[in-house]
Each structure stands twice: as structure tokens, then as C-alpha cells.
Design a protein around this ligand. Sequence first.
Ligand SMILES: Nc1ncnc2c1ncn2[C@@H]1O[C@H](COP(=O)(O)OP(=O)(O)OP(=O)(O)O)[C@@H](O)[C@H]1O
Ligand SMILES: [Mg+2]
Length: 263
Amino acid sequence: MRYGDLVHYDPIETIINLKDADDEEKAAALVKSYVMSDNMAENIVNICISQLQFDETIDNKGLFIVGNYGTGKSHLMSVISSIAENEKLLKFVTNDKFKDGMKRIAGKFKVLRFDIGSTDMPLRDIVLSKVEENIHQLGIEYNFPSMDKVANNKDSLMEMMALFEEKYPGKGYLIVVDELFDFLKTRKEQELIKDLAFLREIGEISKSTKIRFMSGVQESLFDNPGFQFVARTILKVKDRFEQIIIKREDISYVVSERILKKR
Ligand SMILES: Nc1ncnc2c1ncn2[C@@H]1O[C@H](COP(=O)(O)OP(=O)(O)OP(=O)(O)O)[C@@H](O)[C@H]1O
Ligand SMILES: [Mg+2]
């Protein structure tokens, strides 16, 4: 018998690209390979799933998935969003607590996923142009007014969701954005204030519509010394967002599970 027959080694090297989860087969592989401890499953159920769900009325907020480089943020967001989109993937979940919690949102969403690359566009324009492109593909004819024509973005998002509801009754719309922290770090004060104001609006809209927003960030925005100069604006975002922090302990569990996993 060869060593390879006894143990199965999944190398933890590749960085997960959020867009991979757009493909059903790749999404299934991501769901199968995601390892989590019970403790982590509990946190995800309590923080993420309760914010994403819409069967019970709570003061729903936006979500930040916080963790250092390589801690699995993109992988986790791929797993959550793929199951949210496709109930069939639930059967590949390995942790029972997580599987049970995910039943609440499985298959209930249309999902938009994208990364923010290097760009000078305002966050509002980045997000709304992606949403616009995506809803057109979903057969919804709606164009967002330009920023100089509107007092806020919430009214347009509500109008868009009214059309969405007609076309997809009962479904939610989940927007998943990766690499947000790297983008925000490049922004100058006035730009950043506008970007944060938009984040706050997105967080607020989760309360009154079935729009949900989840984003991966390498560091928490809250109490971050790097954002001290916009601390007051950050506080307003904090009001409308929950965050889950992926900790080192969670990762060591993953590594031990992945290195020596019986076939
Ligand atoms: N809980 C986990 N179970 C299985 N694999 C994991 C887990 N967490 C991380 N990995 C693996 O670690 C690698 C890095 O994960 P991922 O790309 O999602 O990290 P990240 O936090 O998004 O990193 P970055 O900040 O650089 O974008 C991937 O190969 C991923 O499959
Ligand atoms: Mg990532």
C-alpha cells in the first residue's frame, strides 16, 4: 500500500477567487473542501446567517468577513453564497451545525459576486454598475440614476428591488464583494467619506429590503488606526454592519484537518 492511499493531502496554497463560485461544479468543490470547527460554525450561524436570512424580521445589517491574508475569507464567502444560491449544494457541507443553519437561507437568493481591483472609481459606482449589469442579465430593466441626480441611493435600490420582487417573488438579492479593504486603503479622505457613506446606505437597505451585502476585509474597519482620520464616519458604518473575525485558532484546525484527511 502506498502512502498516498492512506492519506489525502489537499495543499493550502491557492488563493480562492470569489468568481469561481459562479460555476456550479467549482462551487460544489469549494463547499466540499471547506473545513470548519464547531466553534466557527456556531459563530457563522449566529452572526452571518442570522443577518442574511429574511424569514424572521430583525434589524438586518451588512456583513464584514474579517481575517488576515489567506485565512479563508474568499473561500467562506464562496461557500455561503453558493449555497444561498443553490440549495442542492447543502448536501456537500461537512459540518452539521453549519448545514443546519444554512437551511434557513439555502436557495433563497440570486447572487452577485465580484472583486474590487485597482480603480479610482467611487465605491458607489463600482457596486451599482455591477448590480446594473447583473440585473440586466437577470431580465430586469433598471438603470441607476447618476450620482448628481439623486439625494441618496436607497430610493433607487428600493425601486430596483420592487422590479426584482416582481420577477423573482420571495427571493433575496445577495451582493458579495471581495478585496474591499485593499481598495478602501487607497482612497483619499473625501473619497473615503463618500465610500463609507455608501456602505452605510447598503447596510441600511438590508433592513427594509431583501438586499444583503457581504464583504471580505483583511482588517476590521472599526477601531482601525489606519482609518482614524475618518473615525466618525466609520462609526456610522459600524452601526449598520456586523462582523465576523476568522481567528488563527480556526486556521490551525483547518490545517490539521486538511493535511491528514483519510480518503
Ligand atoms: N476553513 C478552510 N477550509 C478549507 N480550506 C481553507 C479554509 N480556510 C482557508 N482555506 C484555504 O486557504 C487558502 C486561502 O484561502 P482564501 O483565498 O479564501 O483566503 P483569503 O482570506 O481570501 O485570502 P486573501 O486575503 O489573500 O484574499 C485557499 O486555498 C483555501 O481553500
Ligand atoms: Mg481572498
